[in-house]
Design a protein around this ligand. Sequence first.
Ligand SMILES: Nc1ncnc2c1ncn2[C@@H]1O[C@H](COP(=O)(O)OP(=O)(O)OP(=O)(O)O)[C@@H](O)[C@H]1O
Length: 594
Amino acid sequence: MSKAAATLPPVVNERATVLPVATGRATATAFGRKLRRYPVLASTSILAATGASVAGAAVPILLGRLVDLVVAGDTIGSLLTLAAWVLACGLAAALLVGAARWLVAEWITRACADLREEVLGNALRMDAARLEAAGAGDVASRVTDDVEQVTDMARPAAEVFAALVTVVITFAGFATLDWRIALAFLVVFPVYAISLHRFLPQAQRRYAAERRAVAIQSQSLLTTFGGTRTIHAYGMEDRQSLRVERASRGAVDAQLRAVRGFLWFANMMNYAEALGLAAVLLTGFLLVRADVSTVGDVTAAALLFHRLFGPLGLLLITFNDIQSAGAALARLVGIASLPVPVAGTAGSTTARRSVGVVATAVGHHYLDGPAVLHDVSVEVPPGQSLAIVGESGAGKTTLAAIIGGVFPATAGRVRLGDRPINALAPDELRRLVGVVTQEVHVFAGTLADDLRLAAPAASDEDLHAALALVGADDWVAALPDGLHTRVGDGEHPLTAGQAQQLALARIALVDPPVVILDEATAEAGSAGARQLERASAALLRGRTAIVVAHRLTQAQACDRIAVMAHGRIIELGTHDELVAQGGSYARLWSAWRR
Ligand SMILES: Nc1ncnc2c1ncn2[C@@H]1O[C@H](COP(=O)(O)OP(=O)(O)OP(=O)(O)O)[C@@H](O)[C@H]1O
């Protein structure tokens, strides 16, 4: 490690552990519940795997009998009958093994897909404050790497399941042979026990450490890309790339430690196999020589053991992958079991309370960048509107996002009505305050689906009412399938203004008493801008509103205006007061009117 890297603050940040990781028992219960949702697949999988193993175990036992018949010089007829049975069992085993693999893979893949959907759904609905606290990297690595790892396990899991059944059935097959040969096989167990005893605890730690190191690596990369502006602005490039380097090295080291542990274990499995087979053959040889067992029994036992080592080795070796997938599964179940914020119901039926907003001594800095808000205090009484204006970079979006509860301020307090914003549960927060940011996204699906993301229980009438409120009813009615037209990537294209109207309609559906608007795409003076201004005005009527005004006509329409510069409010008053004052706002206004 370089000296510079050694003196850096640690990249391991507590954020990576803010999102819950389920316990082993909770993980098993949650995944078991998913598996039980497919009872037909479950029972046919178990039947096919058991049938395959029974037929498979019958082959060596019958071959042993065949050897004894040959040694005894039996008739050709009985030899051929037994050979036909061997063939039939072999064929049945081959067919059933294929069927079992397909069924088990299908069963587990479906359960994994259900879990993946739940995790993605919860990750998307996770409130921004928790996301901010956890770090997007942790969430990203869970919904990508961890989901992939668990899904990739579906096919091997089918093999593991078949191997488990084979081991059990093959052990039962030993009951039909000489018990002394079966006893010889037990010599492998101390080797297995010692290896597992040494391997398992350290493997668990190493795989958990590996997943954590990969999550930290993702977090440090995302942080770097997300904060590029700050990093460039403050010349932090070298420092940040050392951090990324350190996180990447941590991930590689953790992966190598896990691989080394596994290689040692795989070697021990090979020794166990050699030892077990040698013990069986030696015991068989001594028993046949002493005339207490038959060559057929020894042949059957050797073949059964040979048949057992494959699945047993697979079980032990894939323990490695199972443990690793188990760690990933626990992280997924951790997200899946997060309480899902309840979306608001249709606006027309919700009684709207008046809620005012008070921000007191709010300060903020992004990551370890400089402060971008300093001691900002502002109050918006219930039902009134405040416009925030100022030059680019003044801190308007940051202040609006903090008041909207998108992320918490690093200093100061925000109250919505009589409640501190950080005491609100995510669903309460979203019912109280609706935020339209500069990033407006149209989700793939029908237009109705897109709107119902905000209010799943909304009826078609509610959707039409919300669209009419924001002046979008005409163009929606003109779409090929109206509300059921598919929009989003590759589907019916929407203009930026239409996408923004949809964002406003989503807020209208939730019907929160407080609305924060920070939308900025329409060109000043354009027909689109006028239409959006009408839509915003209709939405804001009767609500407490904070509008980041990118066009001064928006500011003029608000009850009061705050002018921001360098992270502070430098002027505050009505449009007329500020124009009369002859300060920054008056200058902006006269420039705007020209
Ligand atoms: N995610 C971020 N990471 C780091 N710095 C940021 C981030 N977002 C904003 N900043 C910085 O915070 C300061 C205030 O930005 P903010 O976007 O709040 O200003 P603004 O007045 O809304 O500007 P604009 O009108 O251009 O959106 C700027 O210096 C900006 O570079």
